[in-house]
Design a protein around this ligand. Structure first.
Ligand SMILES: Nc1ncnc2c1ncn2[C@@H]1O[C@H](COP(=O)(O)OP(=O)(O)OP(=O)(O)O)[C@@H](O)[C@H]1O
Ligand SMILES: [Mg+2]
Length: 234
């Protein structure tokens, strides 16, 4: 089982948007049984999941203090991938989540404020000795600052080769629990997310992408509920 954590001190960088989208993209790419976890008191990812009709990804209600234990349970239940959303802060919560992660994704908008804020997140992830990938998110099409941001970020860590652009379909899709891949006409946004997931899957599997993409996990339960027996869904 692999654990991906979305983290960035900066609010509104795209943690929740990318958490939901990557969870769905991973499932569609054959990553197996995918679970999302929301550790943000704002509960945006929980709200998205509750508004959602499809049965996947699965959702687990847990707390940071129980997280390591619950992840062990999920692993023993045959879950293949867990994506954890976190609040926009540098707190002990984030450190505890990062500590149990295989990969930390730091979504960053190509703006001076976001770039300046990225350093604190990088320090935290580096202290934990975890691999980090920046994803440039909500970039304006053909804006020069996008490549400048990627260059600036690359001095602090790996930057995903796929940039996610600013498009209204990301917000529109999430209102009723969907992703851009699930809109009637899925377009460029869906392509970017699929491409981003392919890159991340390759990272996670240390280059052995086939294993990750063809692994077939157990089927999700037939009705929507938390996959942990003792936990209530949000
Ligand atoms: N690529 C994008 N294109 C257009 N809008 C986007 C994009 N990514 C995120 N947004 C919008 O930006 C806002 C913030 O995104 P999101 O909630 O994912 O960020 P966050 O990092 O989780 O925020 P917080 O720090 O408050 O948890 C939302 O309204 C979302 O719809
Ligand atoms: Mg969020």
């Amino acid at each position: 089982m692999q654990v991906i954590t979305m983290a960035s001190q900066k609010g509104g960088s795209g943690k929740t948007t990318l958490a939901g989208h990557l969870a769905v993209a991973a499932g569609r790419a054959g990553a197996g049984r995918v679970v999302v976890i929301d550790t943000d008191p704002q509960g945006s990812l929980s709200d998205w999941w509750n508004a959602r009709t499809p049965e996947t990804p699965e959702f687990v209600q847990t707390g940071v203090s129980r997280l390591a234990h619950d992840l062990e349970t999920l692993d023993s239940m045959g879950v293949d991938l867990v994506i954890v959303d976190t609040p926009p802060a540098i707190t002990s919560t984030i450190s505890q989540v990062v500590a149990v992660s295989d990969l930390v994704i730091v979504p960053t908008r190509p703006s001076p404020h976001d770039l300046r804020a990225a350093g604190a997140t990088v320090d935290l992830v580096e202290r934990a000795g975890k691999p980090l990938v920046f994803v440039v998110n909500a970039a304006k099409v053909r804006a020069r600052i996008t490549s400048e941001a990627a260059i600036a970020l690359s001095q602090h860590g790996t930057v995903a080769p796929t940039t996610v652009h600013e498009r209204t379909d990301f917000a529109a899709a999430m209102i009723d629990g969907r992703t851009v891949m699930e809109l009637p006409r899925s377009g460029k946004s869906a392509g970017e997310i699929a491409e981003l997931w392919r890159y991340l899957a390759e990272r996670l599997s240390g280059g052995r992408r086939e294993t990750m993409l063809t692994a077939q996990g157990e089927r999700a339960p037939a009705h929507k509920r938390s996959v942990l027996p003792d936990a209530a869904t949000a």
